[in-house]
Design a protein around this ligand. Structure first.
Ligand code: TXA
Ligand code: MG
Length: 329
């Protein structure tokens, strides 16, 4: 682990993109904002730099990473796009959609970054700072969420700092993110497959595809067999506190993560209450999810009770994250 680094934190608008590109080219680690969550970036072609990502995060080494590029032309240098994959890219890039496609023959992405798979996960983030960094750097940047493995994903630069300061070279501060959950991952296989629900809803993808997205054959995390998207491992998003889902009351000293009007028995005895969206707006809830989980967890409550959240639109991704957070560890 590279520890003891003096992590430089640059506000956006201070030539941060140029500094980031230079650091990446030198094999360094740069945390940067995307529209979904902050990513921890390294030069995708530099296996040593990629290894530093895993060690800085303490991340299981078999988790393949997403390659970030500035546009579809750059994506086509690392992955092979059939007509359907190209249609999705044209409809939703830049945006919170990751496509898993076969690698090109001369794909420059390090094997470590794809965990030895012959496919590569690619996305074009919709964030001006990410785009400036990718254009200044020129190559692909692999980037998992910029948090210690198992912690909630960072939605502002301060979250990255508290997890990774001293372990990475640079944090580019672009303010809070807008989407707040990771990208949706679609496997562009013979049957297009939803590998991870995320910031782009299944409904919008299916409307463009004209066919329903298949489910992975293995319900990831439900047994020991290797899931298609190992990032779906059950404990991936867990905060330290126990998480109790579908709460219809609050126990004494429990923290409450509310959604919509919160009028639960026991509310007055809650140790803390944060409401993902008092108005019941799922996009707003997604944007608040990781930050609020992190804030409640920091108060070391007996447990975190979570009100029911509808399983539609971004609610699917929110519930997916919350179910993983609720797995006992
Ligand atoms: O929004 C996002 O996607 C954020 C930002 C930083 O872009 N990144 C992110 O990366 O969430 P990460 O490393 O936390 O999640 C990557 C996911 C994992 O579930 C991994 O298993 C899956 O992508 N993945 C990567 N390559 C894959 C492949 N070739 N086949 C299947 N799944 C893959
Ligand atoms: Mg992550």
């Amino acid at each position: 682990v590279k520890t003891g680094l003096e992590t430089l934190i640059l506000p956006v608008g201070t030539a941060g993109a140029e500094a980031a590109a230079r650091t990446l080219a030198a094999g360094g680690l740069v945390a940067f904002p995307t529209e979904t969550v902050y990513g921890l970036g390294a030069d995708a072609a530099n296996a040593t730099a990629v290894a530093h990502i895993y060690s800085a995060k303490g991340r299981p080494a078999f988790n393949p990473l997403i390659a970030h590029v500035a546009d579809l032309a750059a994506a086509e240098r690392i992955g092979r796009f059939d007509a359907r994959a190209r249609r999705l890219a044209e409809a939703f890039w830049p945006g919170p959609l990751t496509l898993v496609v076969p690698k090109t023959d001369d794909c420059p992405v390090a094997d470590l970054a794809t965990a030895g798979l012959d496919t590569v996960a690619i996305r074009v983030p919709a964030h001006p700072v990410a785009e400036a960094i990718l254009r200044a750097f020129g190559g692909a940047v692999v980037a998992p969420s910029a948090n210690i493995s198992g912690h909630v994903s960072p939605t502002e630069a301060g979250h990255v700092e508290s997890d990774l300061a001293g372990r990475i070279d640079l944090i580019v501060d672009g303010g809070p993110v807008t989407v707040g959950v990771e990208s949706t991952i679609v496997g562009c296989f013979e049957e297009p497959m939803l590998l991870r629900p995320g910031g782009l809803s299944r409904e919008r993808i299916e409307a463009v595809l004209g066919v329903p997205l298949a489910r992975p054959p293995v319900e990831a995390g439900s047994d020991d067999s290797q899931p298609l998207a190992p990032g779906m491992l059950a404990s991936h998003y867990a905060p330290r506190a126990n998480v109790r889902l579908n709460a219809r009351d609050v126990a004494p000293d429990e923290a409450l993560l509310a959604f919509g009007p919160a009028r639960l028995p026991g509310l007055d005895a809650a140790s803390a209450v944060m409401n993902l969206s008092p108005a019941g707006d799922l996009d707003e809830a997604a944007a608040n999810l990781f930050g609020y989980l992190r804030s409640l967890d920091a108060k070391s409550p007996r447990s975190i009770a979570v009100m029911p959240i509808p399983e539609v639109d971004l609610g699917e991704a929110i519930n997916d994250r919350l179910r993983r957070a609720a797995v006992a560890r």
